[in-house]
Design a protein around this ligand. Structure first.
Ligand code: SF4
Length: 298
């Protein structure tokens, strides 16, 4: 497997392989980073999908961040990772030059797109992957058709994103045993996610209960199943792992090695679900922002 990058960060060395695998090594008892490993970056709030549960509240009136002119981008470290999303990130007019700038800085860019945009914008997506402007590609599931499954299989670094409470048994039936990778995200009670929960609480909780009960079985049917921290909590993923496995796979609390940057509102926070009064005005340096988040942790 190819090596994407290897760098020292505080008291440990991080190795990133071409399939996205990340290995941290240290001589000490704990990992103490000097800078964030990853930032979730929202580049626009425009989206034409209108998903009822959208915790970003994205609409066709959403704005685009001024992504080519933010100073903090110049302070990114080589091999630091950014997870780019929106809104519909593919609709940002400056997406390609932005990714080119990141590539020149040896920053590893990953991006998440909705399944419908993934299917409609194949030309753009292929170009971004082939030119190594993005490495990891997250695709938010809408409808697991045969066409979609065949298409996503063409991208070895693609991960299907699903939401705990939206994912249903028939989705898993269609996706399972196709050697696919799946990331389960927690249900976010924010913006439209909140309103949708109030309207559809029963249905959402039934799906969450089903996923909780069937998780162990589902994991066997995919090449990889991963979770964000919210899903780890909602599905109590720890119950399925030994302590050794947990220590090996758990990547740390939000804010310990990652944080969130909203380039539309020009704010940063521990995560995209942070309370509005725990979002701070952007600073010019990614390290200064990380230090603010770390002080929050103390
Ligand atoms: S959830 Fe994603 S695809 Fe749906 S409206 Fe929000 S940003 Fe768009």
């Amino acid at each position: 497997m190819g090596l994407l990058g290897r760098y020292k960060n505080g008291n440990f060395v991080t190795t990133i392989l071409s399939d996205g695998t990340k290995i941290r090594e240290t001589e000490d008892d704990e990992f103490i980073p000097l800078f964030a490993e990853n930032m979730d970056i929202k580049i626009c709030n425009y989206c034409d999908m209108g998903c009822k549960f959208c915790h970003e509240g994205s609409t066709i009136n959403g704005k685009f961040g001024n992504i080519l002119n933010e100073k903090f981008i110049d302070s990114l470290h080589p091999y630091q990772e950014v997870a780019i999303g929106g809104g519909d990130a593919t609709s940002h007019p400056d997406l390609t030059p932005f990714l080119q700038k990141l590539k020149e800085k040896k920053v590893i860019a990953n991006m998440t797109v909705n399944q419908i945009h993934f299917e409609k914008k194949q030309e753009l997506i292929k170009k971004l992957v082939n030119e190594k402007l993005i490495y990891g590609l997250g695709v938010s599931l809408v409808n697991p058709t045969k066409h979609f499954i065949e298409l996503i299989k063409q991208y070895p670094n693609a991960v299907i994103h699903v939401i705990n409470g939206v994912l249903k048994p028939s989705d898993i039936k269609a996706l399972e045993n196709n050697n696919l990778k799946m990331l389960i995200l927690g249900y976010k009670h924010l913006r439209r996610g909140n309103e949708y929960f109030e309207e559809e609480q029963n249905d959402i909780e039934t799906k969450q209960q089903w996923l909780y009960e069937n998780l162990e079985d589902i994991i066997q049917k995919f090449q990889v199943v991963s979770f964000d921290n919210l899903a780890i909590e909602q599905l109590d993923v720890k119950r399925l792992l030994t302590q050794e496995e947990w220590d090996e796979f758990y990547m740390g609390d939000d804010g310990s090695t990652t944080y969130y940057v909203d380039m539309v509102e020009r704010k940063f926070a521990r995560s995209s679900t942070a309370h509005m009064n725990k979002r701070y005005d952007l600073l010019d340096s990614v390290d200064d922002m990380f230090n603010v988040i770390r002080m929050e942790n103390d």
